[in-house]
Ligand binder design. Sequence first.
Ligand SMILES: *Cc1c(COP(=O)(O)O)cnc(C)c1O
Length: 457
Amino acid sequence: MSDQVKYILSEADIPKFWYNINADSPLPPPPVLNPLTLEPITPEFLNVLFPMDLILQEVSTERYIEIPKEVRDIYRIWRPTPLLRARRLEIALDTPAHIYYKHEGTSPSGSHKPNTAIAQAFYNKASGVKAMTTETGAGQWGTALSIGCHYFDLDLEVYMVKVSYNQKPYRRVYMETFGASVFASPTDRTEFGRQVLAKDPDNPGSLGMAISEAVEVAANSGGKKKYGLGSVLNHVLLHQTVIGEESLKQMDMAGEYPDVVIGCVGGGSNFGGIALPFLRGNLTNGKKTRLIGVEPTASPSLTRGIYAFDYGDTAKMAPVVKMHTLGHDFIPAPIHAGGLRYHGMSPLLCNFYNAGYMEAIAVHQLGTFEAAIQFAQCEGIIPAPESAHAIRVVIDEALDAKEKGEKRVILFNLSGHGHFDMAAYDAYFSGKLQDYELPQEEIDRARVTLPKVSMPA
Ligand SMILES: *Cc1c(COP(=O)(O)O)cnc(C)c1O
């Protein structure tokens, strides 16, 4: 075992294939339903929103899907990302555990999201589309897709949740730098947005509403515009597997294999990206790595959501999928990890979670910031508040290993840096943040809003 801190791969080590867990999964994937009929969806319906290449990836059972040369070429700007060992954090915790992290905050937009944004823009361009539409909450996904669309010469309309639009003006400017048009959602540009505003002119917006607007614009564009989603879907998790594939090589350089892999979960893409190649090790190679997804107590879809078919968006226009959900009209509390506030979760991860192949933990906001600051002071990197959820559980695992006198190898995904989130840190330092536990009534309320699906579940 080496004494190194940083494990660096060369450009030649950028994966040439994405890994598709569906080839190795013992679990049949649940069907995806048409939101109008609640019958299994057809590729033609999906094709209104997505190019055919991405739809084929969504349902593929091919184990390895080749990454197009044009996409790898752009990946070279920041990939492979470094893997680091958090030695100073280990010392501060006085733990026998070894803590490694994959640093996805080194991408141009500062998170893992360009891994799929570049790929989605490429496939949209290749299908002859002129423009993409999307939503963004905290702004991470919109910034990533603005870069992707710029590289492949596509126009981009971003529907940004109104509270974030007002709280985070620099995210908008970032997207505009790459030529995107950004609108505060709900807008008066769509039928759905106008309906919401008529009832409530000051509606702060939500991710579910912004998705509805972006989907409506694409669906009514006569095929000129298609829609891109930054998480949740199978093809998004597929594109993110470059994180785990590189990590496997880097752990090998370190001469270790993780006992635990940890990531925060909003829609599940960064966690899926790092964890699925290790799940392959569990499924096909006798490994026994624990995989832990970490979510906020304010938006606890995996740990407390209902496992059922639900709409992907508030206006019931997006496909209906089987997932752990808080209800498609869920309006989350304004916690500062904006990227973890979606009402649902990747159906692929939910399937594995439900069958016991992965674990999930919900953590409170204050403990999360405490962990973020301890990590920052040891490692010199200010994490995104989303990533800090993972760090909370990493520290708890390292302390548990200490208590039990165990050597434990922990790997986590640092999904992004927090340089755009200083206002959230400021709120924490000035004592304005508090812990929030979603009341059970909220979850019970969601139950009545679920679509009545007569499918064998
Ligand atoms: C968007 C985002 C997340 C949450 O999304 P997932 O799809 O669950 O990965 C987590 N961390 C950062 C930094 C993000 O930008």
